[in-house]
Design a protein around this ligand. Structure first.
Ligand SMILES: [Ca+2]
Ligand SMILES: [Ca+2]
Length: 397
């Protein structure tokens, strides 16, 4: 008991200190680091207000890109007033980011959407064990905080580099980067992020601003919203659940959620009624099945035969998640005991995806007409779930 109280005190002191410092200015987070997240499968302490730092391309003394051009924000989802772009043969652009303590950090990047954006854009992250390089396709996921990955980084000023591949066509873009000290680390080294980047660093312009309703009621007169914008809204809506403790029966929004509870809650806002089981979400007639991982687009459901028995028929041990772009999924994970963003590749048994035509033909429900979110686990499907004979915990994700 004594140890528990000490831990609680330490976490609360760390949180309040972090709260005063978690802004995208030059202030520094001080105070003891929170206990490192222990491991997967157990209840890890998470800070409700983790340290984060945004560096925009306009940040004085923190961005250098010789030979790159500054371009004004168009209607493209630019972060801040402008961004930088270059031919892939130009040198690297560098963001200088303050890392307050040795720890794991999530790294996000922004680039405005553009048809001429390059694929094969390289981010080089300085990690504790040397520079690590990750490639992204800037033709996808524009206007959005895209999770590049989670990395162990050392205290100090660190340079994140963006560069193109001279053998590919298209422009390379550097708009903004963000680091967040929110990483959960599993026993096997798997990592996940639990903080919502849209809440930490909301867009300061446009309808895509975080905090706005993800999708307002669409009238028949309104011109069709760009499909990719609606898909972005699905992921934004899913990210609004990040950090929610894992739990089931009942499904309660932002209180306790399991995998199919999360996907059901998210899609409810887009006029879809899903049963509360990964098996039934896969089997329902709604949605188009996708069999190749490379055809997944953000907002799609992703299914895993997580218990690797060659069937997607276990309501508790198979899995459903939401594709969030760049290899990431947002999902309620019993392994991390939270709703998290993590890399899909660490889940075995990829089964398929489901893609939905959004918005649906009819009008979407306005917010006030949505069913109450608490206790939705008693909807169709969940009351048909067989009980677990041993009463044990599901092991999905
Ligand atoms: Ca910018
Ligand atoms: Ca299975």
């Amino acid at each position: 008991m004594r140890r528990l109280m000490l831990v609680v005190l330490a976490v609360s002191v760390a949180s309040s200190l972090a709260a005063s410092a978690s802004r995208s200015d030059a202030s520094e987070a001080k105070g003891p680091p929170p206990d490192p997240p222990s491991n997967g499968g157990t209840s890890a302490e998470v800070s409700p207000d983790p340290y984060f730092r945004v560096v925009d391309n306009a940040a004085e003394g923190r961005f250098s890109a010789p030979g790159w051009e500054r371009r004004p924000a168009g209607d493209l989802g630019t972060y801040g007033g402008d961004y930088a772009s270059a031919d892939p043969s130009a040198g690297a652009a560098r963001f200088r980011v303050k890392i307050p303590e040795d720890d794991h950090y999530s790294v996000y990047a922004r680039w405005p959407a553009g048809e001429d954006n390059a694929s094969g854009v390289r981010f080089v992250i300085p990690t504790a064990s040397g520079a690590k390089s990750d490639e992204v396709d800037q033709g996808l996921d524009g206007g959005f905080w895209v999770r590049i990955g989670a990395y162990e980084m050392e205290k100090g000023d660190r340079f994140l580099q963006v560069s193109g591949n001279p053998e590919r066509e298209g422009r390379v873009v550097a708009d903004a980067v963000m680091v967040v000290r929110d990483v959960l680390v599993g026993r096997d080294g798997r990592t996940a992020s639990y903080a919502n980047p849209d809440e930490l660093a909301p867009d300061d312009s446009g309808a895509a601003a975080a905090g706005e309703p993800a999708l307002r009621m669409r009238t028949r007169d309104e011109s069709t919203r760009d499909e990719s914008t609606v898909r972005q809204d699905v992921v934004r809506r899913a990210k609004g659940h990040l950090g929610t403790p894992y739990g089931y029966d009942p499904c309660r929004a932002n209180v306790q959620e399991d995998c199919s509870c999360l996907t059901k809650l998210v899609y409810e806002h887009f006029g879809r009624k899903f049963p509360d089981s990964p098996v039934w979400q896969w089997r329902m007639e709604d949605g188009k099945k996708i069999l190749r991982k490379s055809n997944l687009r953000r907002g799609d459901l992703v299914f895993h035969d997580l218990n690797r028995d060659g069937r997607l028929d276990d309501h508790y041990e198979d899995h459903v998640s939401i594709w969030a772009g760049n290899g990431n999924i947002v999902h309620a994970s019993s392994y991390f005991d939270r709703v998290v963003t993590s890399e899909e590749k660490y889940l075995g048994g990829f089964w398929g995806g489901k893609s939905f035509k959004l918005p649906p033909e009819g009008e979407l429900l306005p917010e006030e007409e949505l069913p109450p979110e608490e206790g939705v686990g008693s909807g169709p499907g969940s009351n048909l779930l067989p009980g677990r004979p041993d009463g044990s915990k599901p092991t999905n994700g």
